[in-house]
Design a protein around this ligand. Sequence first.
Ligand code: ATP
Ligand code: MG
Length: 333
Amino acid sequence: MTPIIEIKHITKEFRVLNRREGLRGSLQDLFSRNYKIVRAVDDISMEIGQGEIVGYLGPNGAGKSTTIKMMTGVLEPTSGEILVAGSVPYRSRTKNAGQIGVVFGQRSQLWWALPLIESFRLLKDIYCIPDAAYQEMLDFYRSLMDIEPLLHKPVRQMSLGQRTLSDILAAFLHDPKIVFLDEPTIGLDVAMKARIRTLIHALNREKHTTVILTTHDMGDVDALCRRIVIIDKGRMLYDNDITHLRGFFGAYRTLKVRMDGDLAAQAAVIRKELPDCSVTADEEWISVLVNEEQARVLDVLALLQKTHDIRDMQLQEISTEEVIKKIYEEGVQ
Ligand SMILES: Nc1ncnc2c1ncn2[C@@H]1O[C@H](COP(=O)(O)OP(=O)(O)OP(=O)(O)O)[C@@H](O)[C@H]1O
Ligand SMILES: [Mg+2]
């Protein structure tokens, strides 16, 4: 099967001004500019097949958004080759736009003042969607969720969750081959995250759309992706089926407990009590990373309650950052 996205050895460098400090420095900058090169993406290669949902992960500043901008044709790589649905995205931007949909969780792509249905009508004209296909897509959306309350609301009056749902529906409207979702669940509560995941899953399954998803939320990855690609400092760290990692990160959860007194000192005590768990403390919480193959979270909590006066607790799934840290530590491939 020919891949829908082919990336060969792409690199992206930015030239950024090396600002000097103080008034004197600012004046010097005016006359002689001193630049440095930032390599945001460093020799990345991958192939993605039609219908795949790929989790594209990495810590802040790893180069995820920069890679997506190159795939969508917004940025041109410094070197290397990209083919998206058979064309070079930054050379054939109009053609590429018809093949792809994009959602940046941080800002909406929709017309702020218009009710969603008006944005949909504009998109219908922009992408030359035939009447029948447009109606069919709206009917499909109606079968997935109650879209009526969204359709007549201006985007600026929507909650973040409603806006994200709208952005996703808008991105899939012209039935693109590929949809890029850059942190679509950022800032959403648990219930809305679940709705967004269900929607993405249904669209991928029904329309066979390829989805490239960046996220810091391991829950998104777990719910949606079979394959994950991890980058760090612009370089490829991991590209494999998620099952290779699941057994390894799936067993870990973080138990956070709050107690009075000096948390750093109490964390040191807990470290002795629980030698198999990694224990850290910040100003508010003591975090205990529990490997559930070795110990049950409830047992760990019961043990801590015997010797400490616990005021509050939280349970957290492992984050993408923790997965990456463990990949480094244990060298999983
Ligand atoms: N237009 C630009 N000019 C200069 N440097 C840039 C530009 N865009 C990105 N960078 C730099 O490139 C690196 C990668 O940024 P990028 O936005 O791709 O990271 P990211 O993986 O999306 O991070 P995050 O998880 O925070 O969104 C960072 O060091 C960033 O400062
Ligand atoms: Mg980003």
